[in-house]
Design a protein. Structure first.
Length: 185
């Protein structure tokens, strides 16, 4: 792995991002990555599903959308799942059910690989996919108290658009959305 400490980014050629492949990508490795990435949030008292989910739940969530993995050599260092549509279940936010809105979740980068541009690359990828599908907005949610994450999304052009109380969560989530119409082509 090549890093540039001064710019705090990786040599982009060392990171490959591709579609999740059930024949190649280990569910256990992805699940452990999620547990490790969400551990800090769990220590803050936020009971994100990703912090403790089983490999079966990881698989269900990967298969519910279009999942991507980021790799350095053979190691999975990041993941994100893109949802073009959302199940019309009562718990899902109404905003996610809009035809012009896509969203993403199960987004994580190994703690030791954070702040190197991998997460930005994953988010840029799903933003591009949403734009190519003709979506006008892309959204996500996170714990209202996860201020570092909220600031990260705001720097990327996301704005708060509402709140959601998930049945499993001990916290209220903030919904954030980014307009893709104003995005440079």
């Amino acid at each position: 792995m090549t890093t540039n400490a001064e710019s705090n980014t990786l040599d982009k050629s060392s990171v490959t991002i591709g579609l999740y492949d059930a024949n190649r990508d280990s569910l256990e490795e992805i699940t452990l990555l999620l547990h490790r990435a969400y551990a800090v949030l769990a220590e803050m008292g936020f009971n994100y599903v990703a912090a403790t989910q089983s490999s079966l739940v990881t698989q269900e969530r990967l298969n519910a959308g279009i999942a991507y993995t980021a790799r350095i050599n053979e190691q999975i260092v990041g993941t994100i799942t893109y949802y073009s549509t959302t199940p019309k279940t009562p718990e899902e936010p109404d905003y996610y059910k809009r035809i012009e809105v896509a969203h993403f979740g199960q987004f994580a980068v190994l703690p030791e690989m954070q702040n190197l541009g991998i997460g930005n690359n994953l988010v840029e990828l799903v933003e591009s996919v949403a734009l190519s599908e003709g979506k006008h907005e892309i959204a996500c949610d996170t714990a209202e108290g996860a201020t570092d994450l909220i600031e990260y999304y705001k720097r990327r052009g996301y704005r708060p658009i509402g709140y959601q109380q998930w049945g499993h969560a001990c916290y209220r989530s903030i919904l954030l959305s980014k307009s893709l119409a104003s995005r440079p082509q």
